[in-house]
Design a protein around this ligand. Structure first.
Ligand code: NDP
Length: 596
C-alpha cells in the first residue's frame, strides 16, 4: 500500500479551505438541469446502415430483457445456464456491447484491468491482449460472448421499447417497441445501463455553431478519417475543440493532439490522472492461472479498492494504490476525521505532484491540478494525457470552474475570447442520476396502470434495487437503490446472477408473480441510509459531479434515490443471503392465475 510520506506536511485547514472554494465556485442553481439532450441528428447511430426494416414480431415469451450491454448479456447467459432459453433482448444499438458498442472514440479503453473487468474469461478461454483492454477489443469480446452463448437468435437490434404495461388479468407484461413488436412476457428485466443517455452542456448558443460537432459516444469517422485503430488523417490542418476533461476526454485528447493543427481543450474542472502503465499480457502468466483464478482476482480487486486491504494485492495498480483508504467511513472523533481527510489530501497530492513533474509550463500545470477529494469524481489513469499539454498545438482553455460561456457560429467563447474551430467534440458525459424512466426512454406502467414516474414521484421504492412494489415481475439492474463499484462488471455479473435466479426460482415454485412488500422496501432503504451516512458527509464537501447529483439540494426524493455506497461484496452479501433462504422473504407472490 502507498507510503504517503513523499510530500511536505499539509495544512489541513488550508487544504480544506481550498477544496471548499473550488466546490463553491462550481455549485450551480440549475444542478442536473444544466444539460440538454443530444440534437436529433447527433443522436443517430453512426455505426449502422440507414434504412434497416424488419417485420414486427408478435410473440409470447418468458423474459424480455431491455438492453444488450453487459448487464443484459450476462442476465441472458445466466438464464441460459438455468435452462431458460425463451427470452428476447431488445437493444437500441445495432449489436451487443452497450457502452462498448457506442464508445468507439479514438483511444477508448477500459482503465480497469481487463483480467478483472472482462466477464467469463475462464469459460471463454479468451486472453486479453493488454492489461487494459481497448474498446475495440471489448466490443469484439462482447460479440464473442454473444456467439458463444447463442444470444444473437434472441436479439431485436435497432429497436427501442416504447411501452411496457402490466396486464393484471394475465399476469404478463405487454411490451411494445419502435418497430411495431408486441411482446407478451412473464418477466421484464430492465438492464438499460448507467451510461446510456448521452448529454450535451446547455451552453447558450450551442445550436448556432456552424462547424461540425458530435458527442464522443457517436464518433464520426467519416469526418475525422481513420478508425479506432488508425490515425485520423482528415483532422490534419483542422482546428478542433473538446468540451470536457472527464475520463473520456482524458483518452481522446492525446489522439486528437497527434493530428489536429490546433486543439483547444475547454476545462471546467481538472480531472485527476494517475499513472496507467499499460502492458501487453504475458501469455505464459495468463495460461498458468489455476481454475478459479478470475473470481479470486475480481474479489481481491474489489476488496482492495474498498478499503478491506487483502493480504496480497493481486492487481496492484493505480486503483488499488490510490483508492484503498476508506475515506468514506463515518469518523468517530475529530482526530479520526482529520486523519481521514489528511490521507485523502495526500493521495490527491501525488496526483497534483505528477502534474508538476510532467507539465513544462508552470502556469498550465497549476490549472491542470485537481483540488477535490479522491472519491468526488472518477479518478482516471493515463500516460499520454498530461504530456499532450506540452505540445505546441494543444491549448488548455481553463474556465475557472465556470464552464464555456457561450458558443457562437464559430466556436466556444470563454472570458470574452472566441475560439473558432472546425470541429467541436462534446466529451460532456451521460445522464446518470436523472429519473430512471427518462434514461430508459419509456415509462413502465405497473399495477392499476400506475407509471413508474408516478409511483416514484417522491423517490424510489425497491428491495435491493431489483424488485419494485407495484411492478410485479419487473427486475431492475440499475444504480437506483442498487450497488455501485469501481469494477462495474463485477457488480453487473452478480446482479445478473441474482435476477436469473429469481426467475428460475419462480419457475421452479410455480410463482406467477412476485413483488416486494412495502415494509421490505423500507427496510432496504434503512440499510441504504445506514451505509450512506459516511458517504453523505464525504460528498457534502465535494466538487459537483454525477457522483453527488451535481450537489443538488437533498430533497425527499433524493433521500430515497440512493445507491448502495458500501462495497460491492457487501451488497452481493445482501442479495445472496436473501436468495439462499428457500422461501424468499419480504415478497408477495401469486401462484394461482386470477379467476381460478
Ligand atoms: P463526465 O461526466 O465524467 O465528464 C464530462 C465533462 O464535461 C466534465 O469534465 C465536465 O466538467 C465537462 N463539462 C460539462 N459541462 C461543461 C461546460 N458547460 N463547460 C465545460 N465543460 C463542461 O463524462 P465522461 O464521458 O468523461 O465519463 C463518464 C463516465 O464514463 C466515467 O465516469 C466512467 O464511469 C465512464 N468511462 C469509463 C472509462 C474507463 O476507462 N472505464 C473511460 C471513459 C469513461 P465538470 O467536471 O466540471 O462537470
Amino acid at each position: 500500500m502507498p507510503d504517503n510520506d513523499t510530500t511536505e506536511p499539509l495544512s489541513l485547514d488550508e487544504m480544506r479551505e481550498r477544496y471548499r472554494a473550488e466546490q463553491q465556485k462550481r455549485i450551480r442553481p440549475d444542478g442536473l438541469n444544466q444539460w440538454r439532450d443530444l440534437f436529433d441528428d447527433m443522436d443517430r447511430d453512426p455505426f449502422v446502415e440507414p434504412g434497416f426494416t424488419r417485420e414486427p414480431l408478435i410473440e409470447e415469451t418468458t423474459v424480455v430483457i431491455v438492453g444488450g450491454g453487459f448487464a443484459g448479456m450476462l442476465t441472458a447467459i445466466d438464464l441460459t445456464k438455468h435452462g431458460i432459453t425463451d427470452f428476447k433482448i431488445v437493444e437500441k444499438a445495432g449489436d451487443f456491447g452497450g457502452t462498448w458498442y457506442w464508445n468507439r472514440y479514438p483511444g477508448c479503453m477500459c482503465d480497469v484491468e481487463s483480467y478483472v473487468y472482462l466477464p467469463l474469461l475462464e469459460e471463454t478461454g479468451f486472453m486479453p491482449t493488454e492489461r487494459y483492454a481497448s474498446a475495440s477489443e471489448i466490443f469484439g469480446y462482447s460479440k464473442e460472448l454473444a456467439r458463444t452463448f447463442d444470444l444473437y437468435s434472441h436479439a431485436l437490434f435497432q429497436t427501442d421499447v416504447v411501452d411496457a404495461t402490466w396486464d393484471e388479468e394475465r399476469l404478463v407484461w405487454k411490451v411494445a417497441t419502435s418497430r411495431g413488436d408486441q411482446l407478451s412476457t412473464r418477466f421484464l428485466v430492465l438492464a438499460g445501463g448507467i451510461l446510456h443517455k448521452a448529454k450535451l452542456p446547455g451552453i447558450q448558443g450551442i445550436e448556432s455553431f456552424e462547424g461540425k460537432a458530435f458527442h464522443t459516444s457517436r464518433w464520426d469517422y467519416d469526418y475525422t478519417g481513420g478508425s479506432p485503430t488508425e490515425p485520423m488523417e482528415n483532422l490534419k490542418g483542422k482546428r478542433v475543440g473538446i468540451i470536457g476533461t472527464g475520463a473520456t476526454a482524458v483518452q481522446v485528447v492525446p489522439q486528437v493532439a497527434r493530428v489536429a493543427e490546433e486543439l483547444y481543450v475547454f476545462q471546467r474542472t481538472p480531472g485527476a490522472v494517475g499513472v496507467r502503465n499499460q502492458q501487453a499480457t504475458d501469455a505464459a502468466w495468463f495460461q498458468s492461472q489455476k481454475p478459479g483464478w478470475q473470481k479470486e482476482r475480481i474479489v481481491n480487486f474489489t476488496h482492495a479498492v474498498t478499503g478491506a486491504q487483502p493480504e496480497k494485492d493481486l492487481v496492484n495498480d493505480g486503483w488499488t494504490e490510490l483508492m484503498w483508504i476508506d475515506t468514506q467511513k463515518m469518523p468517530e472523533s475529530d482526530e479520526e476525521a482529520d486523519a481521514l481527510d489528511r490521507a485523502d489530501f495526500e493521495a490527491m497530492e501525488t496526483i497534483r505532484q505528477r502534474v508538476t513533474d510532467v507539465i513544462d509550463d508552470p502556469e498550465t500545470a497549476e490549472k491542470l491540478k485537481p483540488y477535490w477529494g479522491k472519491h468526488c469524481k472518477r479518478i482516471c489513469f493515463h500516460d499520454d494525457y498530461l504530456p499532450a499539454f506540452n505540445q505546441p498545438n494543444v491549448h488548455l482553455v481553463d474556465t475557472n470552474g465556470m464552464g464555456v460561456d457561450e458558443i457562437t457560429k464559430n466556436g466556444p467563447v470563454v472570458d470574452g475570447i472566441e475560439y473558432p474551430v472546425d470541429l467541436l467534440i462534446y466529451a460532456s458525459g451521460f445522464e446518470v442520476t436523472t429519473d430512471l424512466h427518462q434514461r430508459l426512454g419509456f415509462n413502465p406502467k405497473g399495477r392499476d396502470g400506475i407509471a413508474l414516474s408516478e409511483r416514484w414521484a417522491e423517490g424510489a421504492h425497491t428491495m435491493h434495487g431489483v424488485l419494485a412494489s407495484g411492478f410485479p415481475n419487473m427486475l431492475l439492474i440499475s444504480l437506483v437503490q442498487g450497488g455501485f463499484g469501481t469494477n462495474f462488471s463485477h457488480l453487473l455479473s452478480e446482479s445478473a446472477k441474482h435476477v436469473a435466479r429469481i426467475i428460475e426460482k419462480c419457475n421452479e415454485d410455480g410463482i406467477l408473480s412476485i413483488e416486494p412488500e412495502e415494509a421490505a422496501e423500507e427496510e432496504w432503504l434503512s440499510v441504504l441510509h445506514g451505509v450512506g451516512m459516511g458517504g453523505a458527509r464525504y460528498f457534502s464537501h465535494c466538487t459537483p459531479s454525477f457522483y453527488n447529483s451535481e450537489q443538488q439540494r437533498i430533497d425527499k426524493r433524493a433521500a430515497r434515490n440512493l445507491t448502495y455506497t458500501g462495497s460491492v461484496l457487501d451488497y452481493v452479501g445482501y442479495l445472496e443471503r436473501w436468495r439462499d433462504v428457500p422461501d424468499f422473504s419480504g415478497v408477495k407472490t401469486v401462484t394461482t392465475p386470477p379467476g381460478d
